[in-house]
Design a protein around this ligand. Structure first.
Ligand SMILES: *Cc1c(COP(=O)(O)O)cnc(C)c1O
Length: 215
């Protein structure tokens, strides 16, 4: 299926759930094909790659930073980033706040929660989440609008389902009092389960753009 056809297919299937088309490692020409099919939200996992694509591509694209954040690179995305999904430590908030202030912006972000079995996936545990939430007033140029998580990479549906349910219940615990709107969970292989569990934003890459080649 062409990129344009998969964009149309997902838009129909997802309805109100926001599609973030994950274009990491893919050329700008692929992004433009999706753009011309109506897609405006794109996800990247490397700040500098996102910044150079921002320079080249139409300015009404909403850029989502979905990867692990290196704080020394935040300055490159501060002028334009739409939503930062992977905030997993206080130091990221400190630097985001500082760089956002320089551009007179309030940068929206999500706190990443560790829900998977794999140790390698980043994210806060519940205690760390509570302590970060209690400090948010120190960061007036950052606005936390919800949570993000990645499930274990496994075919065991029940395990993935449990992990998404854990994230959803954490989200609900804080959503009303903090005005949260966004729950980012689900990728190419598990987005259906994520939506059943209340996801508002799915991050889909390979199912749209094809397998990534890292060599
Ligand atoms: C790469 C990536 C995705 C997309 O993965 P696919 O399996 O290609 O859909 C989603 N979320 C994050 C955080 C990623 O790094």
């Amino acid at each position: 299926m062409s990129i344009a056809d998969s964009i149309s297919k997902y838009k129909r299937e997802l309805g109100k759930v926001q599609l973030v088309a994950v274009s990491k490692t893919k050329p700008s020409s692929d992004i433009l094909e999706a753009y011309n099919a109506g897609q405006r939200h794109f996800g990247e996992n490397k700040i500098q790659e996102m910044a150079s694509k921002f320079e080249e591509l139409p300015k009404d694209i909403c850029w989502h930073m979905i990867g692990h954040i290196q704080t020394n690179k935040i300055k490159y995305m501060a002028p334009f980033v739409h939503l930062v999904h992977g905030v997993d430590r206080r130091k990221v908030l400190v630097e985001l706040n500082k760089q956002a202030a320089k551009h007179d912006r309030v940068i929206h972000c999500l706190l990443q929660i560790h829900i998977a079995r794999e140790e390698t996936k980043f994210g806060l545990d519940q205690g760390e989440l509570e302590s970060i939430i209690s400090e948010l007033s120190e960061f007036p140029n950052v606005k936390v609008v919800g949570l993000m998580g990645m499930a274990t990479n496994t075919n065991e549906e029940e395990a993935v389902n449990r992990e998404f349910a854990v994230l959803k219940s954490l989200f609900e615990r804080y959503a009303d009092t903090h005005g949260w709107t966004t729950l980012s969970m689900g990728m190419s292989g598990d987005y259906k389960l994520a939506i059943e569990n209340g996801s508002t934003h799915v991050r889909i890459g390979s199912a749209i753009f094809g397998a990534r080649n890292y060599s």
